[in-house]
Design a protein around this ligand. Structure first.
Ligand SMILES: NC(=O)c1ccc[n+]([C@@H]2O[C@H](COP(=O)([O-])OP(=O)(O)OC[C@H]3O[C@@H](n4cnc5c(N)ncnc54)[C@H](OP(=O)(O)O)[C@@H]3O)[C@@H](O)[C@H]2O)c1
Length: 318
């Protein structure tokens, strides 16, 4: 496993990050723990989660993924120094008016909840899950800066920010001498490109942000498990995967499959390799549900596509 700096920071992270949105949603606690252990043994010590995972599931109050990770760290006795723990704040965690958002109050309340559930004293990377239009960005950054100064958080990052909001936040941090976002977690894959590609790569390159894309396999579409004219396979994510089933995306999948065959790789490994071959990408966040899926995803470590292969995939969309 190759380790890279997260943007301009000195923090080293593996080229694949383990996401945990599936814990307590499509994966039981016992299976989640197996995935965590196997990933850690393979060198993935960078774990991404969020306070709200997975509150959208019936009976899940949120905080479940953080709780599973916390128990795993304690039960396995993993030294804190060996892990890079990233979590997020912004989503709704209760019914009250201050139970969501990026206000000073909600951030201060949420960080305590996350630290408690994760059973740690410091979060390595604390990310704003998505922007909050109702809170001034200066208030959010000052609250995050205070957490850094208190030692509760080491680095801060953001997710789902368009370029103008990211620039606004970077300028505020600079103007007020506050901690700044050192990473961006965008939605980015071979079949979801425009949102990130239109303006964000230039900002991230210029200001030295680490980029850790989520849903790199489009929730399973880029594994080849979904086939045109075939019934949807068993997956709680099958319904949402349907949005990717366009003529253009089937064509991307077809090209990816032939390139994968020629390389002796799986379709998903080539899709992850495509991200790993882009210079500004630090580490795609994988979300395997099983050990078999994890082992497949791990086969992308070290994979870099040739220029000709990248061009073939780019040309499908022109
Ligand atoms: N910041 C945000 O707003 C945000 C949003 C979403 C996700 N995230 C983060 O990003 C992480 C990854 O996102 P994601 O789960 O959408 O990633 P993904 O890699 O696009 O999708 C993962 C899913 O694809 C299927 N899969 C993976 N490998 C496979 C294989 N080899 N064969 C067959 N199926 C396979 C599995 O679903 P099934 O087996 O269930 O079909 C798996 O749960 C999350 O865990 C979370 O940490 C962040």
């Amino acid at each position: 496993m190759e380790y890279r700096n997260l943007g301009r920071t000195g923090l080293k992270v593996p080229e694949l990050c383990l996401g945990t949105m599936q814990f307590g949603w499509s994966v039981s606690e016992a299976d989640s723990v197996e995935v965590l252990s196997a990933a850690f043994e393979a060198g993935i010590n960078f774990i991404d989660t969020a306070d709200m995972y997975s509150r959208w599931v019936d009976g899940n109050p949120g905080g479940v993924a953080e709780t599973i990770i916390g128990k795993w760290i304690k039960q396995r006795g993993i030294p804190r120094t060996e892990l890079v723990i990233a979590t997020k704040v912004r989503g709704r965690m209760g019914a009250g008016p201050n139970d969501e958002g990026l206000s000073r109050k909600h951030i201060f309340d949420s960080v305590e909840g996350s630290l408690q559930r994760l059973q740690i004293e410091t979060i390595d990377l604390y990310q704003t899950h998505w922007p909050d239009e109702e809170t001034p960005v200066d208030e959010t950054l000052r609250a995050l800066d205070d957490l850094v100064r208190q030692g509760k958080v080491r680095y801060i990052g953001c997710s789902n920010y368009p370029a103008w909001r990211l620039m606004q936040a970077l300028w505020s941090s600079d103007r007020l001498d506050l901690a700044r976002f050192d990473s961006l977690q965008p939605h980015y894959s071979l079949v979801h490109r425009a949102e990130y590609e239109c303006e964000l790569p230039a900002v991230c390159r210029r200001y030295g942000l680490g980029v850790i894309p989520y849903s790199p396999l489009a929730g399973g579409f880029l594994t080849g498990k979904y086939r045109k004219d075939k019934p949807l396979p068993e997956s709680v994510r099958a319904d949402s995967a349907q949005k990717h089933m366009t003529a253009e995306n089937w064509a991307v999948l077809g090209k990816l499959e032939s390139l994968a065959k020629a390389r002796g790789k799986s379709i998903s490994q080539m899709a992850l390799g495509w991200l790993l071959s882009r210079p500004e990408i630090t580490a795609p966040i994988i979300g395997p549900r099983t050990i078999t899926q994890l082992n497949d995803n791990l086969g992308a470590a070290g994979l870099r596509l040739k220029t000709a292969e990248m061009e073939v995939l780019d040309k499908v969309r022109q």
